[in-house]
Design a protein around this ligand. Sequence first.
Ligand code: FAD
Length: 258
Amino acid sequence: STEEPWRRFNAVRVYMADLESALHYSLRVEVSAFPVINGDALKALKMYMSVLAKYFPGRSVVKNSLKSVDSWLQNTSGSDVSFDDFREALDNTAQAPDTALPDRVRWVGCQGSQPHLRGYPCAVWTLFHVLTVQALHAGASDGLEVLTAMREYVHAFFGCRPCAQHFESMAQESLSEVSSSTTAVLWLWTRHNRVNNRLAGALSEDPDFPKIQWPSPEMCPLCHTLKVNGDHKWDLDQVLPFLTKYYSNSSILTDFLD
Ligand code: FAD
């Protein structure tokens, strides 16, 4: 059997292995469904690559590769890019000195109790939370840069089409309210919780990883407060620093990388 051994992990930490696996899967597997990339899909891929080149944290060999794939892609002329050429760019840049791109998936914090649970969708959320926080730390002036890249990437390439439709309708409804890198971090957090709420108890839920309104009171007691009438209320002054620390580069664990 090709089943992999369970890797013990800390369920309240972010793992670089998941982020690098998301890179591999998003660039090589999802995009490969398009033998020719053009139009809105090409625009989406260019935006996604640009955001990755700017904000993907971690190993410099990986960052170097993302930067060279990005400059190759942004400099391609013409309206079509074939997936073969894109893949070759990924391969070539990964072979140049001081570069490396992951070439397989290895889920850690995103492992599911069964092979069809968690994995890539979990890592997509994790990656984009990390990218919005990186953009905030970098002082990005355009609050919409990362979220627009996510929106367009998901719209064009995310293999789960109902997911892409749901996400697009949330974006249409309220993405225009995002004005800064801070509101971008909070927008993605509230929308992710809305998805958690909708999916709690659904078939796609991993019974070992129930959908909750995140972070739990155990993870961040001060994030949770009560209104006078007893209803739950988030304390955003606590949630924001919690998110920026949880998803910051310095908090990411590097276990299980090659
Ligand atoms: P995930 O929801 O994937 O979350 C990953 C990790 O992020 C969690 O383990 C937790 O550590 C952290 N986290 C959880 N909530 C938050 C939060 N609010 N803010 C910050 N961090 C948080 N599945 C469907 O069945 N139907 C859909 O319509 C659907 N739409 C999706 C849309 C998008 C854009 C994406 C990326 C995925 C979608 N999915 C959908 C998949 C689903 O949301 C989960 O990713 C999947 O079920 C795996 O869940 P999980 O338990 O690994 O946690």
